[in-house]
Design a protein around this ligand. Sequence first.
Ligand code: HEM
Length: 411
Amino acid sequence: MDADLHDRLDELQRDPYPLYARARSAEGLTYVPELDSWLVARDADVREVLRRPEDFSSANALRPDVMPAPAALAVLGGGFGGRPVVVTADGALHQELRAPIVRGLSPARVGAVVPYAAERAAALVDDFVKNGEGGRVELMSAYAGRLPGEVIGRLVGFDPDDVPALVHGGRRAEQLLFRPMAEAEQIAAAEDVVATAHLLDAFVRARHADPREDLGTELIASVAGPDAAAELTLDQRHQVVAHLQNLLIAGHLTTTALIGTTVLHLLRDRRQWELLCAEPERIPAAIEEAARYDTALQGFRRVTTRPVTLAGTELPAGTPVFLAFAGANRDASRHPRPDDFDIARPSGSRHLSFGLGTHTCPGSQLAREQLRVTLELLTSRLPGLRLAEGQRITMRPTLIHRSPERLELLW
Ligand code: HEM
């Protein structure tokens, strides 16, 4: 990718909404060179693709925006993982890989982790209130970047001491695959990813020897098969590590992002924050509106498995499309006044922030619970919360974890 294309990709990632608006009003689909894909941005078209997984494969869902240099790929090749994962699988393999994740994120399992989430959320707020000089905090680093990792760590069964390193590894994988970096930086990121994979492998072996009631055990059992007592083969260890790497990226960075954007938009329009403080029963509606308005996972790719026509555009087999959940969520045909953030919006116009159909997000309840815990805590303990004046809020340059880079708050 040349430098000019990099710059345009960066700009697009930081504010993709004008592009979606153009694509929604254009005839047919719009080809976007920066994404190397046809953009699908209307609600009806995104739904159609999600309902036709046999025609639109997920094989390229995690295709990097930026292909790492051969030297970085060589470092990754020496690590663990590199096996099929649920989000890029289709058909029977997809069902097989998804089943243990759905079991591990069942309503009962999620319900059981909520008290821990509430306890950790309160402890993080206590910490920043105690240490926040002059009633000030940078929310992304002090809170939003921490709670989801701790919660998913608990569900999977990680040692809490390992969670910061695992969160760091997830961020490095994201940087490596989605950000342009110099080769030396890419190699350093790849080394971090490999180190994280070894940490995950150590967890897999320990948990196989000592199974528990957690998502980690569920994933291991699904890979180990009927002879659970037998030692895991190297290939099986690779499979579980790949599962865990995928789950970590899918699970915590997205939730971190949504916490950041939710608080940002509520405080940008303080009347909505004040309404929420006065009427906390509106919290579930506020979460749905924030998820719709500034979708954390803006979109994922699909690739056609045969020639298809979508919105009048003919796509030969093997054509990549970028499925913009966030574009669909601003489609006026489903969401009146789509560009207004309004927590009092009548409910029922379902957004696509957690996808739809076979790949629909199995972690949505967990994410929503963490948002609920967060908003209950902040509205009750810090109703005077406001954006620090004079800060320039920039969004992170990514289409998969959209969030403010930093969020300076006062109370
Ligand atoms: C705000 C938070 C979250 C958002 C916005 C989000 C969004 C999504 C979306 C849109 C998809 C569908 C992707 C597609 O169709 O290709 C998805 C899939 C997935 N999500 Fe989430 N997610 C969130 C949180 C979580 C959490 C907390 C977990 C796990 C603990 C999780 C695990 C997954 C997994 C494993 C998949 C792949 C499912 C499959 O391919 O069958 N997500 N997520």
